[in-house]
Design a protein around this ligand. Structure first.
Ligand SMILES: C[S@@+](CC[C@H](N)C(=O)[O-])C[C@H]1O[C@@H](n2cnc3c(N)ncnc32)[C@H](O)[C@@H]1O
Length: 510
């Protein structure tokens, strides 16, 4: 199987062109009018509600003060404060549609989930206008279209729909071009349909949007995100145990909240559908240091990875399959990924497997839940440390790990745990980046300081795999930036390994 992934010039050119368009949007208003709302709705969607709201306000207010400081009246402190107050209010009014969308759209089905942004983008300023708050401007149907376009693009992007690039290109060429050369505000034509629409519909359109926004809010309120109860998963509960004492666990429900408890009184709460097995000690050392990073980047993780892969011209499916195809998973198998992150690897497993994922970061797991909902997949997720797993011995047909082990506190313990919970005879996979990648990419990127001055360079943990494991095999791929280590847990008991270990270089096949 080829592990040296080919780069496609065409993909790379398209990716760089789209990225440049977004950069251009910061400096050239006719493009920014379209790219700005896309960036806004994407950004707010990656953040927790309050954090997204505050960041958006900061993005709105700070540049306008830096670049428009000359407009601040210097006639007296009162006037200056007055000006700042209105600037802040304008920013809040501008951000509210995005916050509304972030709140309501995840609870709406399918394409309907693209509507809250555009409805709120029309309704909120109209309401402000009606209430004489600030100097809200006249609302145009074009506002609705621009924001709907933005929400649709982000929706298609999140669905990983191949239609994204076509809708994107069509939207920019047709509507963007029209706006660029014949702005809606200049009534150059004898009959400007948009202008006529504005005059005819005017306030009625705003009120319709307000009514529709209210309707969608009520609908969303009565359509809470459903979570499967743990009491309804007896097969899953049967393989759970306390990671600290090894005691089996059972589900209790107190005031509508579930928890997992052991007979000796240990109690593990279930928060947002995910049992939490962490102790404060789990977040010390390197585990704590990198956990902070994942808590911050959790919402961006998938998209940065997607953008990075596209800018390099790689085919994403080939990229993931380069290691996922090493697994021996088949429908019906129980599969565990330690350090599951946002669950990106799950899509590359056969349909019909029972998925379990454990991670140290609640933020990464929350994004994993969102992804699973989008992909209509189901998995048992756990908040825990891969160095002490909450599962009984020999629980899973397939156990694998991708992308976190390099910076674990105790890699040997994590590997022993993976082996313990795997069924005898199963093949295990550990894949992560090599020192070359960490030096070239991580150390130079944002957050690079976390990777500098390490005690030792990263290395594939082949020497930490117990010698009794069989078929130990190390492969280096992706131009030397990635290692894949596989080994088999002996079928009966733990006999000595009779097979020679092997190391292969990129481009080799198994
Ligand atoms: C680079 S991400 C990889 C995520 C996913 N496996 C993938 O391939 O997309 C690394 C993940 O390891 C998790 N992690 C780091 N230390 C961990 C630990 N000690 N136990 C469990 N997960 C850990 C992080 O929270 C993060 O989600």
């Amino acid at each position: 199987m080829p592990t040296n992934i080919q780069s496609s010039r065409r993909v790379q050119i398209v990716a760089w062109a789209v990225a440049s368009l977004f950069v251009l949007g910061f400096f050239f208003n006719p493009v920014g009018v379209w790219t700005g709302p896309i960036m806004g709705v994407w950004f707010v969607g990656t953040q927790k509600l309050r954090r997204g709201f505050l960041w958006m306000i900061a993005f709105g207010v700070i540049p306008s003060l830096i670049f428009g400081w000359r407009k601040i009246p210097l006639t007296g402190p009162e006037q200056a404060l007055h000006y700042l107050g209105w600037t802040l209010l304008a920013a809040v009014l501008g951000v509210l549609p995005f916050t509304f969308h972030r709140l309501v759209s995840p609870r709406l089905p399918g394409f309907l989930s693209t509507l809250p942004l555009s409805l709120a983008a029309v309704a909120i300023p109209s309401l402000a206008l009606a209430l004489h708050i600030g100097a809200a401007s006249m609302i145009r149907p074009s506002t609705f279209l621009i924001f709907w376009f933005a929400a649709t693009i982000v929706w298609l992007w999140n669905q990983e729909s191949r239609a994204t690039k076509f809708v994107f290109a069509a939207g920019f060429i047709v509507v963007g071009g029209f706006r660029l050369f014949r702005p809606f505000s200049d009534v150059a034509l004898p009959i400007n349909l948009v202008r006529v629409g504005e005059l005819l519909i005017g306030a009625t359109f705003s009120w319709i949007c307000l009514g529709a926004a209210l309707f969608l809010s009520v609908w969303a309120l009565f359509r809470p995100i459903k979570q499967r109860s743990w009491a309804s998963r007896p097969e899953t509960i049967a393989r759970l145990q306390s990671p600290f004492t090894g005691e089996p666990l059972h589900v209790v429900s107190e005031q509508g909240r579930e928890a997992l408890v052991s007979s000796t009184g240990e109690r593990f709460p279930v928060r947002n559908g995910i049992p939490a097995f962490l102790k404060p000690e789990d977040l010390t050392g390197d585990n704590g240091k990198y956990n902070h990073l994942y808590q911050v980047i959790g919402g961006f993780y998938d998209d940065t990875q997607r953008i990075f892969i596209a800018l390099k011209g790689f085919n994403r499916d080939v990229y993931f399959r380069s290691y996922m195809s090493l697994l021996e998973a088949k429908p019906g198998d129980s599969v565990l990924e330690t350090s599951v992150g946002t669950g990106l690897n799950f899509k590359y497993l056969p349909r019909g497997v029972q998925l379990s994922g454990l991670d140290l970061s609640p933020e990464m797991l929350a994004n994993c839940q969102n992804n699973l909902r989008r992909w209509q997949m189901d998995a048992d997720l756990y908040l825990g440390n891969a160095e002490s797993l909450p599962f009984a011995d020999s629980s899973f047909d397939v156990v694998f790990h991708v992308g976190g082990i390099n910076f674990f506190n105790d890699r040997a313990k994590a590997i022993r745990e993976m082996i313990r919970v795997a069924k005898p005879g199963s093949l295990l996979l550990i894949a992560d980046e090599t020192e070359k990648h960490v030096k070239q990419i991580y150390e130079k990127g944002p957050g690079g300081h976390l990777y500098k001055n390490r005690k030792e360079p990263v290395s594939a943990p082949i020497d930490l795999v117990p010698p009794e494991m069989q078929e130990i095999h190390l492969e280096i791929g992706r131009t030397g930036e990635w290692y894949m280590l596989t080994f088999r847990k002996p079928a009966a008991g733990l006999g000595r390994n009779k097979n020679a270990n092997s190391t292969k270089q990129e481009g080799s096949s198994r």
